[in-house]
Design a protein around this ligand. Structure first.
Ligand SMILES: CCCCCCCCCCCCCCCC(=O)SCCNC(=O)CCNC(=O)[C@H](O)C(C)(C)COP(=O)(O)OP(=O)(O)OC[C@H]1O[C@@H](n2cnc3c(N)ncnc32)[C@H](O)[C@@H]1OP(=O)(O)O
Length: 128
């Protein structure tokens, strides 16, 4: 299981609603899971997103459960290139934390990044 998250080292920055998280990832060959050549398996991307969203939620706070994780795959993610995972809170209502996340990949121009995947998620903190 640990190998699925090899290289995943999130950093956290304060955000008005908590913390935002970011992790730049270069997958090892065993993490480069593809069903179609050149396109990283979407289920694995969703796993990585769930992880960074959960970490974003629980940083210096109580952990929370994923209630939904709506993921849009706008562009395929090349398995051997760098990917930037991001997560940040959008709205907090009591125990409910609404978050957004994205996977950015290098664009056509140098230093240009594009959102390949976008996620809307709801995490719910346990009842006190
Ligand atoms: C391949 C190998 C892998 C190995 C392994 C990897 C491990 C390394 C990965 C690490 C990754 C970490 C990720 C951790 C995060 C999980 O993975 S958690 C596990 C997955 N999630 C679950 O199992 C959750 C299942 N659902 C539940 O338990 C319950 O529905 C919940 C989410 C706890 C909510 O229950 P509750 O606390 O009783 O809340 P409830 O009073 O029903 O609702 C509270 C409010 O939320 C709203 N709400 C509840 N659910 C929803 C929903 N789905 N949609 C919209 N609103 C909702 C309600 O309407 C209510 O709103 P208000 O009326 O207050 O406005």
């Amino acid at each position: 299981m640990r190998s699925l998250f090899e290289g995943y080292r999130p950093t956290f920055k304060p955000h008005s609603l908590g913390y935002e998280a970011e992790s730049l990832l270069l997958l090892t060959p065993s993490q480069q899971m593809c069903y179609y050549d050149g396109k990283l398996f979407g289920g694995y991307i969703a796993l990585l997103m769930d992880r960074i969203l959960a970490d974003c939620c629980k940083h210096k706070d109580k952990p929370a459960f994923t209630a939904y994780l709506n993921t849009s795959f706008n562009h395929s993610v090349p398995p051997s290139g760098p990917m930037l995972l991001r997560a940040w809170p959008e709205k907090v209502e009591g125990r409910k934390v609404f978050l957004k996340g994205s996977v950015r990949i290098p664009g056509k121009e140098a230093h240009d990044w594009v959102d390949a995947v976008r996620t809307d998620a709801l995490f719910i903190r346990p009842k006190p």
